[in-house]
Write a protein that binds this ligand. Structure first.
Ligand code: AP5
Length: 228
């Protein structure tokens, strides 16, 4: 039995962020998770952690991610199943970059039911692909706490250093311009159909992700508060 660690205002369900690379899923998912003291579950971050630690899973995922393709469902599903068993997930969680295929979404539905959760709320980040190139190539992430910056749009106060903890900022290997095309293509082919899948189930809201970080965040919070 999990220990009860219920914070004052809880999500009590899963929220899914759906949208192309660079739409701002990580930026907004972290903020929403912080707002409800819920865990932020980024499958991209989990995979990068495996790569950094040199696990066998990381060794399988590394070349796939480097060319901008999706990692096989079997790897991702195992990772997610293990993660949501942890005690901090008992009152809801925020997925960032998962699910990414219809098979992953179907499997998530079953898993949530098994754990006693309602079906997920889906934040669909809508943005013109032409706008995401600048966001992706300008992104820098803190090596220590994972805070996300953008050298064009949201620079840190001190170049190359995180405002929160002074950690070094780094660029992801797949954020090179030549990898952005394959990542967008994988999104269109394998992930974009999920919007129709969740729309049919009636739990998806389109969010204009081209607006400012603050405006996007307000629209997402309104949706979650209305729907949960
Ligand atoms: P993942 O790490 O999930 O990356 P992604 O989906 O490509 O998304 P990004 O992290 O690039 O963008 P984002 O939407 O989070 O934007 P962010 O907030 O950082 O996946 C990486 C790889 O892992 C995949 O290619 C795949 O190989 C593998 N993988 C992961 N999950 C998988 C799964 N479930 N199945 C199979 N394979 C999987 O923002 C981007 C930039 O824009 C930042 O610099 C930010 O500061 C800036 N920004 C954000 N919002 C705004 C705004 N409103 N205005 C201006 N700038 C903004």
């Amino acid at each position: 039995m999990r220990p009860d660690v219920r914070p004052s205002e809880t999500l009590d369900r899963a929220v899914v962020f759906l949208g192309p690379p660079g739409a701002g899923k990580g930026t907004q998912a972290k903020e929403l998770a912080r707002r409800f003291s819920a865990p932020h579950l980024s499958t991209g971050d989990m995979l990068r952690e495996h790569i950094a630690q040199g696990t066998s899973l990381g060794q399988r995922a590394q070349p796939i991610m480097a060319r901008g393709d999706l990692v096989p469902d079997s790897i991702v599903l195992r990772m997610v199943a293990h993660r949501i068993e942890q005690p901090d997930c008992s009152h809801g969680f925020v997925f960032d970059g998962f699910p990414r295929t219809v098979a992953q979404a179907q499997w998530l539905g079953v898993l949530l039911k098994q754990h006693g959760f309602k079906p997920p709320l889906v934040v669909h980040m809508v943005i013109d692909p032409a706008l995401v190139l600048r966001r992706i190539t300008g992104r820098r992430t803190c090596k220590v706490g994972g805070e996300i910056y953008n050298v064009f749009e949201r620079p840190p106060k001190v170049e190359g250093r995180c405002d929160n903890d002074g950690g070094e900022l780094e660029q992801r290997p797949d954020d090179r311009e030549e990898i952005v095309g394959p990542r967008l293509a994988a999104y269109q082919k394998q992930t974009a159909p999920l919007a129709a899948y969740y729309r049919r189930l009636g739990r998806l809201r389109d969010i204009d992700a081209a607006k400012s970080v603050g405006e996007v965040g307000t629209s997402i919070l309104d949706f979650v508060n209305e729907a949960r």
